[in-house]
Design a protein around this ligand. Sequence first.
Ligand code: FES
Length: 179
Amino acid sequence: MPHRRDFLYRFGTFSLGGLMGAVLAVPGVRYLLSPLFAAGSGAGEYQTLARLVDLKVGSPRLFPVLGDKQDAWVKYPKEPVGSVWLVRQPEGAPTPVVAFSAQCPHAGCPVALAADARTFQCPCHNSSFTLEGRVRNQIPPRGMDTLKIEPIDASLPDAEVRVQFRRFQLGCEEQKPLV
Ligand code: FES
């Protein structure tokens, strides 16, 4: 019959070994799974997309936005993460440039300039927008999503146009940023 002290000794050794194994395993598992919980691209930062001289009044231009893409375990720096339409405004307007996300607020397809360059159109389900980003038909739930621009000194010919790129919830009436 096993001695009581022998039993306690074996039980204690077994428990201590299990505890130490768990302590060592947790950081390892956390390390392996950490990419799954990593933050996304640099959305929310201001990026220089153009110079004021690159833009003509009433002629929207599309610019790519670069950011860090990350899959489960690998980070890809400076990859295209979205696009932005910049529209130069006439003199006297409240702001020299307006920025729209090129992601359609209906279901996320890329919004393009119509052939006559007078409207924006989304080819997926025919959403249509004015050059001011307002809806022109019943398909999109809201106008094109506007993006913040850092104040521009229009008196400087090579003034930079710096835009805060964000993504927004699709399919709803309000422009709600994704976190
Ligand atoms: S995604 Fe643009 S119209 Fe549906």
